[in-house]
Ligand binder design. Sequence first.
Ligand SMILES: N[C@@H](CCC(=O)N[C@@H](CS)C(=O)NCC(=O)O)C(=O)O
Length: 272
Amino acid sequence: MGNARFPEAAVTTPLLWHFPISHYNEKVRWALDYKRIPHRREVLAASYLPRAWWATGAAHLPVLHLQSGAVGDSTAIIAALEAQWPDPPLYPQDPDLRARALEIEDWFDEEIGHPARTLLVGPLMTESGAERTADVMMRGMGGGARTAFRLLHPVFYRFYFWRHGVHDESRRKAPGVVASGLDRIAKETGAAGYLVGDSFTVADLTAAALLAPIARPQGTIWAAIEGMPDEVERFLEELGDHPGIAWVHEIYRRHRGESAEVRSQTRTRPGG
Ligand SMILES: N[C@@H](CCC(=O)N[C@@H](CS)C(=O)NCC(=O)O)C(=O)O
């Protein structure tokens, strides 16, 4: 893995390929930051398709490059981090609690992450036009990526909808499914404020990261995104008082510390 700017770091420093706006990518950024693992980040635009596929056999981000090789899928990446950097832990020691934490991680990954994306990106891509869609989807990326996205929008959004199963039925169901994720949080949070046991685990990290585009916690990339299509803003407003939304904000406040990204000069903001 070469990087001309960090020749000596290239061998030992984990490298994350990511999309800034993506909540599955946020899940991994957060795990790296929480464990205080110095790492480099590279934002990928259209080249993610061949590069991620070549590195992992699946054309999705996030991808994390470790000395042992490239790992794709946020759950597998966190498992690899937990094995190599066990402290602070994201998996509970107790086997029953660990099994529960992993079940919750999987449930939010499979059941909630996709509808949360559908709920936001479906209306954005069909109603807001190419310029605005590029502005939101390409946040944190270069001007070139934004321009290319804008020009390709009429074709790209169909590809995106196909890739991510965004269609009439999934769009109709998405609000109810996302609300069920918030209901699960409200129901299963214990007295200490966590989903499993009395400390922060991968279950909390996953649920909060995948719902962050809905809850828009302060300091994150999603907090600055206002003026989504009316149906989205109406739904987010209706959810405003849901205890699950307050929980996401609180988990971010307690546990989303500073970035551990290694940069040449500047530091990234929390959640950034
Ligand atoms: N289960 C995967 C989901 C990753 C995922 O859906 N990544 C999206 C970004 S949110 C992606 O790479 N989309 C591009 C594509 O599929 O073409 C994980 O947990 O990492």
